[in-house]
Design a protein around this ligand. Structure first.
Ligand code: SF4
Length: 509
């Protein structure tokens, strides 16, 4: 373990001996970090949050009252970051040491500090939330890890001695990149296969730049490359290279392909021009065109009436991207509306995202479900037919289920419609490897989430391809767990090395 890691329990056990006591800490007012003004931010795709400055970060960190163990924030964090120790180090101005506390348990703290739903995780468990706004743990995590990255770069690691074992990682999203980093540190040779043109997976191709700067992931991938991790992009395993070939040529393989297939609406008109799946819409709206595959290397359509169907965070990403596209095109009378079949109370996405969307001018229509998309003579969508809903008894999710109101159909103009109806796993790899056990909807079956071991020796999986669409932080946790199990598996292997050190990895050529 790196010497920079402070040891757990390094905090003064009697917090009252610190410069300020609990009582004073509890009376420091919360300091949310500054944001771009809504009128300005709709004109760009830059991050909305501007981040703390040094003084703001120190004062906010002082709001932590340092609960006795077990600290609820640590329990609320899926990777169990030692948050109180990190906040104490921030309070003392030791930003690099604080960053290393987060990095001890997390491979992407600068990402999750920005995009975790903190209100239901660490901050939702924060004792201070019982009488005031919770300590801004996520923004402090982003602050100190950004400080380290921008002042000193990512940390310098002493890698374990080379093992001679080669690992293929399929997918460079949060699970894959975390597993790659851990296995690299364990002394294994790591090759990451990514189907998009740039590394980063969901973090780059799923999350808009106004929530997470893509520069962070570019720097992370470049840093991993300096340690010998090789990224092979534009390569889809199961299509361009078979999964069996990876199993034959590598000592172990990790599947971190996420759940990337957008669910369909299954109503008439879904194939009309102007109807987009969320991922295609978002990547075409958000990324430099050079970072997109040739087949979708153009901006999506921009129209006066743009509609998004769905109630999760992806739907908010789509409406907010739509507003930006309209504003950047100079349109002043554009209308962007999110349509959702339950009420706002049942929306699964973050309240903060909805608040940002409302500030940016997005309209919401609740208790409506799409019935059909209506096109013109050129096959382009022009109208959206909806049916009003009312809430019935709770369904399996515990939320009250939407019930159609007979005779309530109505139509609204819609020249662009984006479907943000959730995601399902990609069956390509599973279908090409019948021996691999699958579960619900084709998700990969693993021994436990703490090993990620599939029924095929040497093949591991983690993240959304095992759990279904979930959080980035849970995917990071899966990648870390699987890496530990893979390291143990590789060290116990008695079979000859499958590849010579320095031998090139399989590519399309
Ligand atoms: Fe909170 Fe997420 Fe950071 Fe854990 S990883 S401390 S849950 S923001």
């Amino acid at each position: 373990m790196n010497d920079l890691y402070p040891k757990r329990g390094a905090r003064d056990p009697d917090i009252m001996q610190l410069e300020i006591g609990r009582y004073k800490r509890a009376h420091i007012p919360p300091g949310p970090p500054p944001k771009q003004d809504p009128r300005e931010r709709v004109l760009n795709f830059d991050e909305v949050f501007l981040g703390y400055d040094e003084t703001q970060a120190i004062v906010e960190a002082m709001r932590c009252i340092h609960c006795p163990s077990p600290e609820p924030c640590i329990l609320g964090c899926p990777v169990h970051n030692d948050i109180p120790t990190a906040l104490l180090l921030i309070e003392q101005g030791n930003f690099v040491e604080a960053s290393m506390v987060f990095r001890a348990t997390h491979n992407m703290p600068e990402v999750c500090g920005r995009i975790c739903p903190q209100e239901i995780l660490c901050e939702g468990s924060c004792t201070v939330a019982g009488y005031d706004r919770a300590v801004n743990i996520g923004k402090l995590e982003a602050y100190c890890t950004d400080w380290q990255r921008t002042h000193e770069g990512f940390p310098t690691y002493q890698l374990a001695s080379p093992t001679g074992r080669h690992v293929a990682i399929v997918g460079s999203g949060p699970a894959g990149m975390s597993a790659a980093e851990e296995l690299m540190r364990d002394g294994h040779t790591v090759v990451v296969y990514e189907e998009w043109p740039k590394p980063g997976g969901l973090n780059v191709y799923g999350i808009p730049g106004f929530k997470l700067s893509k520069q962070i992931l570019a720097e992370k991938a470049a840093w991993l490359e300096t340690y010998g991790v090789k990224f092979i992009c534009n390569t889809r395993i199961g299509k361009d290279i078979s999964i069996q070939r990876l199993l034959d040529e590598y000592d172990a393989v990790f599947l971190g392909i996420g759940a990337p297939i957008g669910n369909k609406a299954r109503i008439p008109g879904e194939n009309l021009k102007g109807v987009y799946q969320a991922t295609e819409f978002l990547v075409r709206a958000n990324l430099p065109l050079a970072d997109l595959p040739q087949r979708i290397r153009s901006r999506p359509e921009i129209a006066k009436h743009m509609a998004v169907i769905g109630g999760g965070d992806t739907s908010m990403d789509c409406v907010r991207s739509s507003v930006r596209l309209q504003k950047q095109s100079g349109m002043t009378d554009g209308v962007v509306t999110d349509y959702y079949r339950r009420t706002e109370n049942e929306m699964p996405g973050r309240a903060e995202e909805r608040m940002h969307a409302k500030q940016e001018g997005v309209h919401f229509e609740f208790l409506v479900a799409p019935v059909q998309f209506i096109g013109d003579e050129n096959g382009h969508v022009r109208e959206l037919e909806l049916q009003r809903m009312e809430l019935g008894a709770p369904d399996a999710s515990g939320r009250r289920s939407p019930q159609p109101v007979e005779g309530s159909n109505f139509r609204v103009p819609a020249d662009v419609i984006v479907l943000a109806l959730g995601y399902s796993p990609d069956p390509t790899i599973g279908d090409s490897l019948p021996a691999l056990e699958k579960g619900w909807k084709g998700l990969f079956k693993v021994e436990t989430e703490f090993t990620g071991a599939t029924n095929i020796p040497g093949l591991y999986a983690g993240g959304d391809d095992v759990r279904g669409a979930d959080l980035v932080v849970t995917a990071v946790a899966s990648g870390r767990h699987a890496a530990r199990a893979m390291d143990a598996y590789l060290r116990a292997l008695e079979t000859p090395f499958k590849r010579d050190t320095g031998e090139s990895a399989p590519t399309l050529a």
